[in-house]
Ligand binder design. Structure first.
Ligand code: C6P
Length: 405
């Protein structure tokens, strides 16, 4: 058995059948599957360790608190952050962006200030900024892209102004697979005294990240896209910046002292973690990080690069298939359209063959408008995918096209 097939054995779901056919799971951009190690961690937590954290003197509570705080430490090391205080547990990428947009917006955004996003953002990195800009009468500007699906960096240089307060862009586009030059973007922003938020939802499981090397101000991601459970995610922020921002939500754990006259707030990271958190999720996230480290980014990058190259080559053998997103620097996401066929019809037919891809606008409607298409079919690979699965996809697509045309 080769190394990848051995790895596949860690993921119980990969051996199941769908509609009587072996599952071919190519929707990792939406969510990744969970290895047994993560499932076991969560099961063990609920079976033997469950308790609320930061609240009890009893043993279970103290043990759960220790595990949760160890999980924070694991996340910190994984992204190269300096301090546990800089790691805020959230519900996911969307929650993390809303936290910053709301908190940063409230404190630092004034009428006429500018926020810059890009034309390839997920709705989660558009709408929260639109909402706060509307409230504060600030201006939302958009970095344009070219037809290959790459940011036009010269345009960014022109868009930035002394009024720019923050640039929020994704590291990797969920729809196009484009890897954006985030280091360069951060440099441009800082030269202009603007802050940067990087949406790492699609990169965190696919490429190593170091927040100190990047000098990024805020970095956000979701657990479920990195082999951890849903409902948990991370906001990384530089300590001084987070200290300066007001809390996002009020409630338990985020307070130091409450009276009816005045409340004082807890220190970082608890200031941004109101209410009982997703404790099992946080511990599960640390377990997923341990798993990623065990596999190693060398293996991950090698396999995903091979899948991107092979997948692109094989898909292009299909008549009438056009790939949307052909950036020079790209990850293992392939979006495509087929002449004369709606993506939903393809998705529905190949589901009958056990193949899971995502179809639609992928929560990037402005990007669909740019390419003048209703949606795409998207195959997004993880390291546990194989070339054989690419072959099954290509065969399935040909069969679907024959039925539909
Ligand atoms: N993209 C996809 O199929 P949440 O839902 O909060 O975990 O992640 C939101 C999000 C933010 N940014 C990017 C770049 C993303 O890709 C996503 C989630 C999924 O592409 C679901 S729409």
């Amino acid at each position: 058995m080769d190394a990848i097939n051995k790895i596949r054995n860690d993921f119980p779901i990969l051996s199941r059948k769908v509609k009587g056919k072996q599952l071919v799971y190519l929707d990792n951009g939406a969510t990744t599957q969970k290895p047994q190690q993560v499932i076991d961690t969560i099961e063990k937590y609920y079976a033997y360790e469950n308790s609320n954290i930061h609240r009890g003197v009893h043993t279970l509570s103290q043990e759960a608190t220790t595990k949760y705080e160890e999980a924070r430490e694991t996340v910190k090391s994984f992204i190269g952050a300096g301090k546990n205080e800089e790691i805020i547990f959230t519900k996911g990428t969307t929650d993390s962006i809303n936290l910053i947009a709301s908190s940063f917006g409230k404190k630092l955004l004034k009428k006429g200030d500018e926020i810059i996003i890009s034309a390839m953002e997920h709705h989660s990195n558009i709408v929260p900024w639109q909402m706060i800009c509307e409230e504060k009468e600030a201006v939302l500007k958009v970095i344009p892209i070219n037809k290959k699906g790459e940011l036009i960096m010269e345009a960014l240089e022109k868009l930035v102004s002394p009024k720019t307060k923050l640039i929020a862009v994704n590291h990797i586009s969920n729809t196009l697979g484009t890897i954006n030059p985030i280091k360069k973007i951060i440099e441009i922003a800082h030269k202009n005294n603007a802050l940067v938020l990087i949406d790492a939802a699609q990169s965190i499981a696919h490429t190593p990240l170091n927040v100190v090397d990047l000098d990024v101000d805020f970095l956000v991601f979701s657990g479920h896209k990195m082999f951890a459970p849903t409902g948990v995610g991370i906001l990384y922020g530089k300590e001084a910046l987070l200290n300066d921002l007001p809390p996002y939500q009020g409630g338990g754990d985020m307070i130091k002292e409450v009276t009816f006259e005045k409340t004082t707030y807890n220190c970082l990271p608890h200031k941004f973690e109101a209410g009982t958190p997703n404790i099992a999720g946080g511990i599960g996230l640390a377990s997923a990080i341990d798993y990623i480290k065990k596999i190693g980014f060398d293996t991950i990058l090698k396999q995903e690069k091979a899948l991107l190259a092979y997948g692109t080559q094989e898909l292009l053998t299909i008549d009438g298939l056009r790939i949307i997103g052909s950036a020079d620097n790209k990850t293992s996401v392939i979006s495509f359209v087929i002449d004369g066929i709606h993506p939903f019809d393809i998705g529905t037919i190949i589901d009958q063959l056990g193949i899971a891809v995502r179809t639609g606008h992928h929560c990037t409607q402005p990007l669909m408008n740019f390419f003048e298409i209703p949606g795409t079919i998207r195959a997004s690979f993880a390291f546990y995918n194989t070339k054989e699965e690419v072959d099954i996809l290509v065969k399935g697509l040909k069969r679907a096209i024959n039925m539909l045309l």
